[in-house]
Write a protein that binds this ligand. Structure first.
Ligand code: PEP
Length: 250
């Protein structure tokens, strides 16, 4: 009942031309796949060109970030409405690189999330603990705060347009994947948090993705877990063959 989502976060990689090459290679490889929601997230400057290239495909387009205000004196920022105008249907928020490198707080992530939902975009809302937090027994508290503060004041109805991505920081770009059991434990916990914050129906229907060194050779085990509904993929989404194999998990 939860449609799987496989999303590729290209981070700060690829020119417009390289982005177009990647989606042109990807499209035929996943053309037959209908049961999975496929999303790619190029850099801002490639969004409009990639949107045009994806128009005849089922692949959806995400931005990697946004600013919550609709317009005004915010030099260098991009609003949800402008992302929509460029062809995006989704936007990632709260990625650990933004939390760690750019000091983004749960309150700021909440403001972005609310603004994106109001603009009619789907939100890929990232959370996850650091290695230090996990090893010192704070993982559940950290996830709980990120969910409660990041999703503060959202309605159950708005949650229909939000996808959670659990990305343990120690597994991102490190080659270390959470074991299937570690990932499932966190996902089941997050689903319980959603029930507490919203209701049973929201907990049961919200898609929760795993992210952190997902590759063709570990995706099948992760996707076999009850509470894992998809993956957010960094490095392996930069190669069409690898990403297509991840899309065709199972
Ligand atoms: C990410 O950027 O969200 C990510 C999970 O990266 P990687 O797959 O490279 O670990």
């Amino acid at each position: 009942m939860r449609r799987p989502v496989i999303a590729g976060n290209w981070k700060l990689n690829k020119t417009i031309g390289e982005s177009l090459d990647l989606v042109r290679s990807l499209k035929p490889l996943v053309a037959e796949v209908t049961e999975v929601e496929i999303v790619v997230a190029p850099v801002y400057t490639a969004l409009a060109a990639v949107a045009a290239e994806l128009a005849d495909s089922g692949i959806r387009l995400a931005a990697q970030n946004c600013y919550p205000e609709p317009s005004g004196a915010f030099t260098g920022e991009v609003s949800p409405a402008l992302l929509k105008d460029a062809g995006c249907s989704h936007c990632i928020v709260g990625h650990s690189e933004r939390r760690q490198l750019f000091g983004e707080t749960d309150a700021f992530i909440n403001a972005k999330t609310t603004s994106l939902l109001r603009a009619g975009l789907q939100v890929i809302f990232c959370i996850g603990e650091t290695l230090e937090e996990r090893e010192s027994g704070q993982m559940f508290d950290v996830l709980s705060t990120q969910v409660r503060e990041g999703l503060k004041d959202l309605t159950a109805q708005q949650m229909n347009n939000l996808i959670v991505a659990y990305e343990p920081v120690w597994a991102i770009g490190t080659g270390k994947t959470a074991s299937n059991e570690q990932a499932e434990e966190a996902h089941a916990f997050i689903r319980g948090l959603l029930q507490g914050c919203f209701d049973q129906e929201t907990a049961a229907t919200t898609r929760i993705l795993y992210g952190g060194s997902v590759k063709p050779d570990n995706v099948d085990g992760l996707m076999a877990q009850d509470d894992i509904d998809g993956t957010l993929v960094g490095g392996a989404s930069l190669k069409a063959e690898d990403f297509a194999r991840i899309v065709k998990f199972g």
